[in-house]
Design a binder for this molecule. Structure first.
Ligand SMILES: [Zn+2]
Length: 98
């Protein structure tokens, strides 16, 4: 059997086809979304070319870690914000009104 024209790895599906089953599915997705959109998605998810987006994610993770550390330090010094009082339920309101 001949190799798929796209992935050059798997065997082509059927005698008249050019692509393997997986690449046929990829072709259907490209038909649906367009090659530019699919390429953009693949570059963002597989290659992560967009350094800006990666930097934003790294900054967010760093910030979250710093906030976690700050909360731990505040707890150690007794500076942690007091949790809000629990909400009063209807049954509690009845008791206080009587
Ligand atoms: Zn293929």
């Amino acid at each position: 059997m001949f190799e798929c024209y796209l992935c050059l790895n798997k065997k082509r599906a059927g005698y008249g086809g050019y692509y393997c089953d997986a690449c046929n599915k990829i072709g259907k997705i490209i038909e649906c979304y367009g090659s530019d959109e699919v390429l953009d998605i693949l570059e963002q998810t597989c290659l992560r070319k967009d350094k800006k987006l990666r930097d934003i994610k790294i900054e967010k993770v760093k910030k979250d870690k710093e906030e976690d550390k700050k909360v731990d330090i505040d707890k150690a010094h007794g500076l942690a914000p007091t949790p809000p009082p629990p909400p009063t339920t209807r049954s509690q309101k009845k008791k206080t009104s009587n």
